[in-house]
Write a protein that binds this ligand. Sequence first.
Ligand code: KG4
Ligand code: ZN
Length: 333
Amino acid sequence: MILLGIESSCDETAASIVQDGTNILSSVIASQIDVHHKYGGVVPELASRMHIEAITPVVDEAIKKANIKIKDIDAVAATRGPGLIGALLVGFTFAKSFAFARHLPFAGVNHLEAHIYSLFLMKKQPGFPFIALVVSGGHTNIYYVTSYDNFELLGQTRDDAAGEAFDKVAKMLGLGYPGGPIIESLAKTKSPDVISFPRTMLEKGSFDFSFSGLKSSVARYIHDNNITTDDEKAQIAASFQEAVIDVLSQKLINAAKAKKCKRIGIAGGVSANKTFVEKLSKKAKDKKIEIFAPPSELCGDNAAMVAARGYTMIQQGNTCNLDHDVFSKNKIN
Ligand code: KG4
Ligand code: ZN
């Protein structure tokens, strides 16, 4: 089955052609980072307009790069939510119209499930069951995954997402957007142990997260110490990143222990952070837990993961019709 996947939930317009759910023939991503960069975050109305401009050329390019013809496409999948409503509408409506015009089955995919499916696009996939962390600009969710369709939500953030904390701290330091990659590269130049920022673990046994205290603590530190130099900023970046990594890693190991599970998969934009993957792998090794992380092109938003999730939905007859609409808040579990 040749599937066209489309993603437009936030600030990436993406299209991908995937064969039989796992073989990526093309994956095209048009990022809007340059547009949102100067505002220090995503401006929803601008995002919608950019998606409208990008969607047709991006789909055309995905078809061309896959070396197929439009008539070869057997099914269509697009992100249905959660995300920015105006942004989602562009990709979802495009995909719905495409499927309707060509009489093809159409799946409306949950963006968070799609991120988990990025782990099934790797050569070495995690076997079931495994603990999955979807960690991005909008979410920090831990799941217990027992099959291709079963995602038990164990915990989530009560305030900021981990990626959002990276973005906000980068903004405070005047480093630009998105903050994650900038903070990661600055952090490499300093020891992480110099400033002791809080690690919020919440109640014993909880798999929820809270990053707002850490964010406030960084803001206070910047204010009280009158931080201005690049050297000082790099020090804050290193110590802040370490605090986030410590909490994410500890909660993941705790979840694996609670579920007596020997596999952990991470997905979403923040899983592109190599320092995180290295430190988590090191902690997990002692406990004989195996870590799975997608290659960087599958960590952030992309349409290959949407096509992969759409493939299983279409096989099960879990499709959308013309009446179906997008949703902004998470519907998973
Ligand atoms: O999955 P994604 O592309 O979009 C959402 O669904 O949110 O994730 C984007 C988020 C941003 O907050 C960005 O700062 C963060 O992922 N991010 C990183 C890194 N690369 C991207 N965070 C930490 N380290 C990175 N290397
Ligand atoms: Zn995402």
